[in-house]
Ligand binder design. Sequence first.
Ligand code: IMP
Ligand code: MG
Length: 180
Amino acid sequence: MMRDEIKKVLFTEEDLQLKCKELGEKITKDYEGKDLLVVGVLKGSVLFTSDLIKNIKIPCEIDFMAVSSYGNSTESSGVVRILKDLDNGIEGKDVLIVEDIVDTGNTLSYLKIYLNGRGANSVKIITLLDKPERRTAEVEVDYIGFEVPNEFIVGYGIDYAEKYRNLPFVGILDEKVYSK
Ligand code: IMP
Ligand code: MG
């Protein structure tokens, strides 16, 4: 069972829903009258993006990007590659990048520069989880759901070797799973 491979549950389904409501309300206020484009980063932020946008009460567009991150290892390579780009131009739009977890900050610092260079009116970042201990790239994160310790996190969209994304909660993966 997947549950036996989770060392500790950090945030329950209820914690996550409450957080999405709180963040959605903030964004609704902050983006009133703006041309909001929500950009989910595949695949990790899919569950968070869908729960978040249900709590955004102003008109917005949604798109997704896919970038390479960890592969099947637990260590970041530091190299960012775009695997799927946005469907449309973003000139004049207020872009909100939705990330699952900010670790070294590599992915987001790259994405922010990339999207700013394409004529967006503004580019901000929201992440469900922040692992500040591991930050090496300088990047300003505008909205943060929860801080997490320097451990390997899975669930609610976040994977290890493409598994555990379907767990409805966020937890720490047991070392026995990846030290084998
Ligand atoms: P960064 O570029 O190092 O900030 O890495 C960000 C990406 O790495 C995230 O979007 C995740 O996909 C992945 N990642 C970072 N930490 C974890 C973790 O603890 N568990 C699973 N994926 C992670
Ligand atoms: Mg990711």
